[in-house]
Design a protein around this ligand. Structure first.
Ligand code: PEP
Ligand code: MN
Length: 302
């Protein structure tokens, strides 16, 4: 890694690649995040009803997702909006895991809730509004569960890595970084998808990096394109909002895909994932790029 990156991110030394550690692989049930497999996490913004969650779990599993997302504790822009079902939502998630075999990622918003959420979830999500809530980060780290750390909406890459460093410092190596869009002067999209952050983080950090195209875009029509871009930038996985009837969703309906659109998004990712696999294989075998042309079946690029 370039020396100036080392210096720039000197406050997060343990997040950076070293000769000893090039890639952290986070184990979640029988899955590995940051390993060879691209991992899609998908599900509703909020856990609403048993039917909504089960139907979504079935849809996303059939389409190739490996992890079910869903918020039981919801940070909302408006204090009057639905705040989540809390413990009942966690129990619905646990039943959905039982029925679908999918692992569960869900947000924890308060350090007091960490033990309860950690009892039901396989991955603890720290939301954008809490990226610098150090008491929460410490409690999440100490739970022993993997932590999915979302980038604060006004956080720099250095800020994100500092928060990740705090989790590592508290004895938890299983941190997954998530680019979910940042706030800029642009308002046509909900946030601005910082794809360079994905490419840079993959270059300098050994931690797995995933992308959330849903919160980045804010509009469901843009989600599939941002998902493809995330794969091309080197992301290890995705976090995507899916709902049986997005127009009736209790939160984030505008950016949620319905089942058919999610299925199509996943199908459209396939050629990109084939290229990604070939690239992994090329690097593993140490084949120079110029000599790799015959490794590349043309049908893979569609
Ligand atoms: C979410 O994943 O539903 C969520 C609230 O995300 P963020 O913290 O990125 O806004
Ligand atoms: Mn949401």
């Amino acid at each position: 890694m370039r020396e100036d990156w080392q210096q720039r991110f000197a406050e997060a030394p343990d997040c950076l690649k070293s000769s000893l550690l090039q890639q952290t692989v986070v184990p979640v049930l029988d899955l590995e995040i940051g390993g060879g497999e691209f991992i899609t996490m998908a599900g509703p913004c909020s856990v609403e009803t048993e039917f909504q969650l089960m139907a979504t779990a079935n849809c996303v599993r059939r389409a190739g997702a490996r992890i079910l997302r869903g918020g039981a504790f919801k940070p909302r822009s408006s204090p009057y909006a639905f705040q989540g079902h809390g413990l009942d939502g966690l129990k619905m998630l646990a039943r959905a895991r039982e029925a679908s075999g999918l692992a569960i990622v869900t947000e924890v918003m308060s350090e007091d809730d960490v033990p309860m959420v950690a009892e039901y979830a396989d991955i603890l999500q720290i939301g954008t509004r809490n990226m610098e809530n150090y008491a929460l980060l410490e409690a999440a780290a100490r739970s022993g569960r993997p932590v999915l750390l979302k980038r604060g909406m006004v956080a720099t890459i250095a800020d994100l890595l500092r928060s990740a460093q705090l989790i590592l410092d508290n004895g938890n190596p299983n941190v997954i970084l998530c680019e979910r869009g940042i706030r800029t002067f642009e308002t046509a999209t909900r946030n601005t998808f910082d794809v360079a952050a994905i490419a840079l983080l993959k270059q300098i950090s050994h931690l797995p990096v995933i992308a959330d195209p849903s919160h980045a875009a804010g509009h469901r029509d843009l989600v599939p394109a941002l998902a493809r871009i995330a794969v091309a930038a080197g992301a290890d996985g995705l976090l995507v909002e899916v709902h049986p009837n997005p127009d009736k969703a209790w939160s984030d309906g505008d950016q949620s895909l319905d089942f058919a659109a999610f299925d199509e998004m996943m199908a459209a990712l396939d050629p990109y994932l084939s290229l990604r696999e070939l690239e992994h294989e090329r690097r593993r075998r140490g084949v120079p790029l110029r000599e790799a042309a015959d490794m590349r079946p043309l049908e893979a690029v569609g």
